[in-house]
Design a protein around this ligand. Structure first.
Ligand code: MN
Length: 243
């Protein structure tokens, strides 16, 4: 839920009605409508502002907001390159200056302390977005540990780790910022150092925040007759509401 106070902060005394329309209608109502994702609203807003040549401080805000809403560095570069042909070259140049500033601390592809590994092709069908897998142990020798890295916006489908007894999964969060959610509960934000125990039989998903890479080491807890059941993808609208 987007909450905006810029109108009242800057114009509450001078133009209270304008402030109210800005904070309560534009940001309070329009930006929160479910019919378009916050990411798409950000792309539209940035595109329109660039085409009008409006790259002032409010543009800086919308550039930052686009990043927060999950527009990656690669996507923003592509958006501005595309828009340049329609909105004008100098306008794109000005917008790129703001983009470079906002995205300058973007780490990019990075598996964190255990490394990125290879594209997680074997499980790609159960993920939204790109993930990477780096095996850390040999399952022929011992319990299998792997570092899983999710690009911004990437998450796995709802799934269940089944077991006749025991079982489940343990996640050790190592890098970036992500989310874990059990069916019927609020999503919980994950940071390096967080440990998640997912009991057997619990429907859940895990993945990155929309504006951050995320890595966790994952392994199956010991149990009897352990199997995985993959279910439906996490709904775009529901995921889009997480920051
Ligand atoms: Mn899991």
């Amino acid at each position: 839920m987007i909450k905006q106070t810029a109108g009242r902060n800057q114009l509450g005394d001078f133009a209270p009605k304008f402030a109210e329309l800005n904070d309560d209608v534009l940001f309070g109502d329009i930006w929160n409508r479910n019919e378009l994702s916050p990411k798409l609203r950000s792309i539209l807003t940035v595109t329109v502002l660039v085409s009008k040549g409006l790259v002032d401080s409010s543009f800086q805000y919308h550039m930052q907001n686009a990043k927060n809403n999950g527009v990656t560095k690669t996507e923003m570069a592509e958006i501005l390159t595309h828009v340049a042909f329609y909105a004008g070259w100098p306008n794109a140049w000005a917008a790129f200056r703001a983009a470079v500033e906002v995205y300058k601390d973007d780490a990019g592809v990075d598996g964190g302390m255990f490394g990125l590994g290879a594209p997680n092709d074997a499980y790609a069908q159960y993920f939204t977005g790109n993930s990477y897998l780096k095996p850390l142990t040999n399952p022929q020798e011992t319990i299998f540990l792997a570092n899983v890295t999710f690009e911004p916006g990437c998450r796995n489908n709802w799934h269940i780790h089944h077991a006749k007894s025991g079982g489940g999964q343990i996640l050790l969060c190592t890098d970036g910022r992500g989310w874990y959610q059990e069916w019927g509960k609020e999503a919980q934000e994950l940071h390096p150092g967080d440990v998640v125990y997912i009991p057997g039989g619990v429907k859940h998903w895990h993945g990155a925040a929309k504006n951050s890479w995320f890595s966790h080491v994952a392994f199956e807890a010991p149990g009897e007759n352990c199997t995985n059941e993959w279910l439906e993808p996490v709904d775009d609208g529901q995921y889009g509401r997480l920051f």
